[in-house]
Design a protein around this ligand. Structure first.
Ligand code: SF4
Length: 251
């Protein structure tokens, strides 16, 4: 009997990712943009028209806001010698300004001094989170599920999702926050005991994405409370989520 199981194990190989901080994704993965050269004015105009989610920044020089970007790669296809997308998945940050990528940027910065001291003091070894899909399309939700599976196993760091906000240390929001979900989100937040954290996962949650101007979206909740972590992606990759949390927790 055991021989059969050993054979199956050998066939499957090692499924878990041994080191989540050093894992390398396929070059096809669209992570941090790389701006090799600033596009010329006519090229910028063309890219702005192509971009479906207003992610192109022109104030203070050319840039791409990965909090708005849906990673369609249209800008890179339009200017292949100037814009590219790397497979760098470590793109989570706690400062919204750091989400704007400009020429010469080789990483997404994280502001250590902005981390609230109670986060590391209380949650470093065990962090329980409640997920709220606020009008999400199930893509980021799928990836968050995957963060706890046998491959990524974020539970190894004491991080897991719980069924009730009353058992949670914070909430993870996906989706653009629709009017229909705004009250449920507020109830969930109120039910979470303090001190508590807010994490936005995916382009839709961070900026509204392609639905930002929809009348069905109501993002007033985010005007009331500080956000502790932005996890970009469309959808966000489990490694982006886990590495962002490790940065936030100082692990
Ligand atoms: S990859 Fe991002 S910045 Fe480029 S066109 Fe698509 S949404 Fe806009």
């Amino acid at each position: 009997m055991i021989i059969k199981e050993l054979k199956i194990l050998k066939q499957h190989g090692i499924q878990y990712v041994p080191d989540l901080k050093e894992a390398v994704l396929t070059p096809l993965f669209r992570g941090r943009p790389l701006i090799k050269e600033d596009p010329a004015d006519p090229e910028i105009e063309k890219i702005i028209k192509l971009c479906p989610s207003d992610a192109i920044v022109t104030e203070g020089g050319f840039g791409i806001d990965i909090g708005k970007c849906v990673f369609c790669k249209e800008c890179a296809l339009s200017c292949p010698d100037k814009i590219d997308f790397t497979n760098d998945y470590k793109i989570s940050t706690n400062d919204k300004n750091n989400l704007i990528v400009r020429k010469g940027d080789t990483e997404i910065k994280f502001s250590e001094t902005s981390v609230r001291p109670e986060i590391r003091k209380l949650f470093k070894n065990a962090l329980k989170l409640r997920q709220v899909s606020a009008g999400g399309d199930n893509s980021c939700e799928f990836e968050l599920n995957a963060a706890g599976n046998v491959n990524f196993d974020m539970g190894r760091y004491g991080i897991e999702f719980v069924a009730s906000p009353r058992h949670a240390d914070g909430i993870v929001i996906t989706g653009p926050i629709t009017e229909n979900m705004s009250e449920a989100l507020q109830i969930c937040w109120d039910a979470t005991p303090g001190p508590k954290i807010i994490i936005l996962v995916g382009t839709d949650a961070i900026s509204g994405g392609m639905f930002a101007k929809s009348p069905a979206v109501n993002r007033k909740f985010l005007e009331k409370y500080p956000v502790d972590l932005y996890v970009p992606g469309n959808p966000a990759h489990p490694l982006t989520f886990i590495n962002g949390l490790l940065r936030l927790l100082g692990k």
